[in-house]
Design a binder for this molecule. Structure first.
Ligand code: BGC
Ligand code: CA
Length: 340
């Protein structure tokens, strides 16, 4: 069923929150186009939920008709380029783009500029040269450095506090990293800063390996399985670039029936619903909250502004271009505040 809906969505046949009404559109009505790189991405999907709930609330509280035309690009930049052209043709006032390839926004920017339709990029950050190539381009996201640093702090604290964290007693932290997509700003920065933060905390690090699992739980389980085969009980810390991959690692330890007391410290990033549950259960030592509420509502606010008077000066944009949200540390001591 999910696949069918996805296919219809891709074909542009299902429209949420109102339907496509380019022909009968009234002046006051707002049409927002949204394309995501992959609808099955857990974090992006939850960010979209926040955005869509915001749309529903705004329609109820103000006498405004907001139509959102949503598409998923299925991991293809070429598909996404076509989708954006199509959304422009359908009369969108503004388009929110979660790039597939963050280094390749050129066609989207050109098409938007020709049609004078502003674009809000989100979550997958284009290089600033591209962002500055036209004045109606914006970015909403988070501060990636923060996420790596906080993840490193959670792991370092855990290693110093937890009994027998240094399993082989060599005074070093044997760690592995599960990485997101290569080239994604968050994979690159998180992988580097989590580890450097641990070293700055005075812990000597022995990085055994890093494995690319593209943000995905099943791929991470696979990588973890190979690493356990190779290093056995020698892995003391698993730093995952996101919660889904941390959960994949946990899945593998579960599959092998390795008890919690013998598992490494596992840390994630995002604070997705499932990630938070794993922290509460003690399977994951901690996670780093990726503020989907902040990002989803800021994106909506910016989109509505761009679709109406265009006066973005009332929103606090950095450099007139960026809105970034800070990350926050989540561990067992405060996880309940995040579980709703
Ligand atoms: C999130 C990941 C997600 C990725 C998608 C990151 O900010 O932490 O969970 O897969 O964005 O672009
Ligand atoms: Ca050790």
């Amino acid at each position: 069923m999910k696949r069918l809906i996805a296919a219809l969505l891709c074909a542009g046949l299902i429209f949420t929150a109102g339907g496509c009404v380019a022909d009968e559109k009234e002046d006051e009505d707002i049409t927002i186009g949204v394309v995501v790189y992959d609808e099955y991405d857990t974090f992006v999907a939850s960010l979209m939920d926040v955005f869509m709930n915001g749309v529903t609330e705004r329609m109820q509280s103000e006498e405004k008709k907001i139509t959102v035309l949503r598409q998923s690009s299925g991991g293809s930049q070429i598909t996404q380029n076509d989708q954006v052209m199509d959304l422009i043709k359908k009369g969108c006032d503004v388009i929110c783009v979660n790039l597939v390839d963050r280094t390749d926004p050129a066609m989207i920017i050109e098409a938007a500029r020709d049609a004078d339709v502003p674009v809000i990029f989100f979550n997958r950050e284009l290089v600033n040269q591209d962002l500055y190539s036209w004045d109606k381009l914006y970015y909403v996201g988070a501060d990636a450095y923060d996420s790596g640093i906080i993840e490193g702090q959670i792991a370092a604290d855990g290693f110093l506090e937890k009994e027998n964290a240094d399993k082989n007693n060599d005074g070093q932290m044997q760690l592995v990293v599960l990485e997101g997509e290569p080239g994604h700003q968050d994979s690159i920065i998180r992988s580097e800063y989590s580890v450097s933060t641990i070293m700055e905390a005075g812990i000597s690090v022995d990085k055994l390996e890093s494995g690319i699992a593209n943000w995905k739980r099943a791929e991470a389980q696979n990588k973890m399985s190979r690493m356990i085969d190779k290093y056995g009980n020698g892995i003391e810390v698993v730093l995952a670039n996101n919660d889904d991959m941390a959960l994949g690692a946990i899945d593998e330890y579960e599959t092998r029936k390795i008890p919690l007391s013998e598992r490494p410290i596992i840390v994630g990033i995002d604070g997705t619903a499932v990630g938070l549950e794993a922290v509460e259960a003690g399977d994951m030592l901690g996670t780093v909250y990726n503020d989907k509420e902040g990002q989803g509502s800021a994106m909506l606010e910016l989109a509505l502004t761009l679709a109406t008077d265009g006066d973005v000066s009332k929103l606090s944009l950095t450099d007139g271009k960026y809105i970034r949200f800070p990350y926050a540390r989540v561990d067992r001591s405060n996880v309940l505040e995040y579980i709703d």
